[in-house]
Every structure is written in C-alpha cells, then in structure tokens.
Design a protein around this ligand. Sequence first.
Ligand SMILES: [Zn+2]
Length: 134
Amino acid sequence: MDRVTKSTRSKIMAAVHTRDTGAEKNVRSIVHRLGYRYSLNRSGLRGRPDLVFVARNKVIFVHGCFWHGHSCRYGRLPKSRLDYWQPKIVANKARDRRHARRLKRAGWSVMVVWQCQLKRKDVVKTRLGSFLDA
Ligand SMILES: [Zn+2]
C-alpha cells in the first residue's frame, strides 16, 4: 500500500489553493531554460492557463494532483470526509475538461503538466520541448 500519510495529505491540501506553487515555478523555469517566452495567467482565457504562448497558440496548465483528481497516488481521495471531497474533485475534473475542450475549439493546443510528473524533470522537459516545437 502506498497511501499518502496524513501529514503528506495535509501538506497537499495546504498547497492546493496557493497560486505560484512550486510546481508552476518548476515548469516556468524549465520553459524559460528551453528558451520559450510565455505570459502568465491571461485572464481572458478559459480556466486561466498557467502559461500562455500567444504566438504559438498554446497553453499549459500545471495541475496539482489532489485538487485536479490525477490518477496517481497523490490524487487519491482521503477516506475521511469522502462525501465532502469526492463531489468537489469530480466537479473540478469536469471543469478542467470543459475548459480544455473550449480552448481547443478556439484553436489553442493544451498541455497539462501534473505536479507528480515534476519528479522526473528531464521527462517533463522533453515533453514541453516537443509540445512547444510542434
Ligand atoms: Zn499525479
């Protein structure tokens, strides 16, 4: 069993609402080192993507695994207060899908980087490079 511990869980939850999380900063610095220019949180766009590449028509979301319901161990719902968390996370996932769909319909390419994926920065870097080059 690899359930996250209670203290890990509370750290995850504490980080949930903070903008400019470590994950976002990591992605920004990778993108910056790759040499791409981006703008941040352009308010006119659906779902407020974390990085926006206007000239390339591309956006990147950096998603926290818990809040956005990733299928990894950090995205698991706590057993306590499941009736509280489950509808919230389900609604967030639906909202994320809706935003991505609308952005794509409007001609944007959408990439999601999950918080847990940043444990392998080399892999994320490769993915970011090929997404932004394509
Ligand atoms: Zn994850």
